[in-house]
Design a protein around this ligand. Structure first.
Ligand SMILES: C[S@@+](CC[C@H](N)C(=O)[O-])C[C@H]1O[C@@H](n2cnc3c(N)ncnc32)[C@H](O)[C@@H]1O
Length: 212
């Protein structure tokens, strides 16, 4: 068990996270890299703040969590596929053979899913990942090292497979939950180069929102 919610008093930690309704600035910043209209998977979506943001940007969204009660209002949204699923019960990956134009994971960590997660990013798709990292224990929960990324861990995860657009690791003092946070945005286009040197095409590190 390695997520931000199942430290001791995990329920209250989840409640604390559910009170945050604004999407993460990191997700806001990089969501425009996702192919317009492409389907986005919001892993361990909680109250669906990122699912809602992506829906508002015109993306169909698959939102998965073991508790989908907070997403009841999205049940009739034709763009939203809400899936109740325990991602840690040892069962098979819930999206076999399916790929997504974008995958968002925020404040959730369960390392056994890493391989399926990467395999589910479509060619040209975008992985946006942000969660707590080692050192966070002096700020607040999660404190269990199993729930905290190691320095460079997300870089290691995508190394040789995806083009890293942005990465940060360190103390974030501003925001709803100050702490040590690691963030990555990477694009699955390392093998799609049209260039003579084989390098992938660069992307904007401050992509515009579709409406701007
Ligand atoms: C800290 S919240 C983050 C929610 C959301 N990603 C966000 O940033 O607002 C962690 C979420 O992981 C979900 N979660 C924890 N364990 C899970 C499991 N085994 N299977 C599916 N979801 C799980 C919790 O229900 C909770 O909604």
């Amino acid at each position: 068990m390695q997520n931000a919610t199942n430290d001791s008093s995990g329920d209250s930690l989840r409640a604390r996270h559910l009170r945050i309704t604004e999407p993460s600035p990191w997700v806001r910043r990089f969501a425009p890299l996702i192919t317009r209209g492409g389907t986005v998977l919001d892993m361990a979506c909680g109250g669906g703040r990122h699912a809602r943001h992506l829906l508002a940007q015109g993306h169909p969204v698959v939102a998965v969590d073991k508790d989908i009660d907070p997403l009841a209002d999205l049940a009739d949204d034709p763009g939203a596929e809400i899936i109740r699923h325990d991602l840690e019960d040892g069962g098979p990956w819930p999206f076999p053979g399916r790929t997504f134009a974008g995958i968002i994971v925020v404040n959730y960590l369960y390392r056994p899913l890493f391989s399926d997660l990467l395999n589910s990013v479509a060619p040209g798709g975008v992985l946006i990942y942000e969660t707590f990292a080692r050192g966070n224990e002096v700020f607040s929960r999660p404190r269990n090292p199993d729930h905290l990324l190691k320095s460079g861990e997300l870089l290691d995860l995508v190394h040789g497979r995806m083009q890293v657009i942005a990465y940060e690791h360190g103390i974030v003092e501003k925001g709803p939950i100050p702490g040590v946070i690691q963030r990555l945005c990477a694009v699955n286009d390392r093998d799609a180069s049209q260039r003579e040197d084989g390098e992938p095409e660069p992307h904007k590190v401050h992509p515009d929102t579709p409406s701007s």
